[in-house]
Design a protein around this ligand. Structure first.
Ligand code: NAP
Length: 287
């Protein structure tokens, strides 16, 4: 039976460390604050927002929610984002995406100041991550993957890592972060040939494809560490959700595995707050 790499102790350890850093900032009269920008009221956005607020509260950080109607026009939204970005008391900005189709999302993202871009929505942040610039914030989800690997002392140097998925929000940055830790990284996608065979070469397999239970027993081998980023509706259990890995089939074979729910997803808001605290420290010349 594989060891379950649950996210809660990882998130708790991050929050514990942040409490101290927030207290230090408050002693200097600075309160780190996250600005949460939401257009409309999609249920998954509201769910994530609820988690983010709770995490902020638990470490003594502030937040402010900026909610806009679904039909907001481009000009008004650009003005709003520019104003939020200029606010001295806001150190990190989380904007839910995708935005409604009538908005030019690329343009709007570009208005978020890179130094406050705590979930890597701008090309500036992507560039910093690509260039290993320590002031750049990678997206929270792949960072959560790395926090889990670090917390559970999974060695990465010289190991074979296979990342399944190449999105800008998960797959590509996960590959870069693994490379930074000296893993030998392969990125797979929908055109990869012999996918199960390539995945089986991994010491660490990160699944981020958005396909329920796609990773089956032929994708894995004994000794492997499997990190499941997927969040999908469970086709076998209506109303529940599941990962990209077929947990029941894969778990008996591999060495360690993250569950869904209770794995990567439960670490992301702690990472969001960690990035915001760091942004606050940098903006105040303290890091
Ligand atoms: P995405 O933008 O849809 O990207 C999916 C990637 O998987 C693409 O690179 C795609 O390849 C690849 N892919 C799709 N079908 C494939 C197949 N049959 N074989 C091989 N590769 C395939 O998804 P994403 O935003 O990266 O999200 C991935 C998963 O993570 C989703 O389940 C999402 O819900 C979840 N997620 C979780 C969190 C969290 O906090 N845990 C946060 C964000 C996302 P191509 O590039 O060739 O199309």
């Amino acid at each position: 039976m594989a060891e379950r790499l649950t996210g809660k102790p990882v998130a708790d350890a991050i929050k514990e460390e942040l409490k101290g850093r927030v207290a230090d900032l408050k002693a200097k009269g600075i309160v780190p604050k996250l600005g949460i920008v939401r257009v409309g009221a999609r249920s998954d956005d509201l769910y994530y927002e609820g988690g983010a607020k709770k995490t902020c509260e638990s470490i003594g950080m502030e937040y402010e929610v900026f909610e806009y109607p679904q039909d907001i026009d481009q000009e008004s939204f650009e003005k709003a984002i520019t104003e939020i970005g200029a606010r001295k008391d806001i150190h990190g900005i989380l904007m839910f995406s995708p935005l409604p189709k009538h908005l030019n999302e690329r343009k709007i993202r570009s208005l978020i100041p890179v130094e406050k871009d705590v979930d890597s929505l701008t090309l500036g942040s992507a560039g910093k991550v690509f260039a290993d610039d320590p002031t750049g914030f990678p997206p929270c989800t792949p960072t959560a993957v790395m926090e889990i690997l670090k917390y559970y002392n999974i060695p990465l140097e010289g190991k074979r890592a296979v990342v399944l998925g190449r999105s800008l929000v998960v797959g590509k940055p996960a590959a870069i972060l693994l490379l930074r830790e000296n893993a030998t990284v392969t990125i797979c996608h929908s055109r990869t040939k012999n996918l199960p065979e390539v995945c089986r070469e991994a010491d660490i397999l990160v699944a981020a494809v958005g396909r329920a239970k796609m990773v089956k027993e032929d994708y894995v081998k004994p000794g492997m560490v499997v990190i499941d980023v997927g969040i999908n509706e469970d086709p076998d259990n209506p109303g529940k959700y599941c990962g990209d890995v077929d947990f029941e089939k894969v778990e008996p074979i591999v060495d360690k595995i993250t569950p869904v729910p209770g794995g990567v997803g439960s670490v992301t808001t702690a990472v969001l707050c960690k990035h915001t605290v760091k942004a606050c420290e940098i903006l105040n010349g303290l890091a």
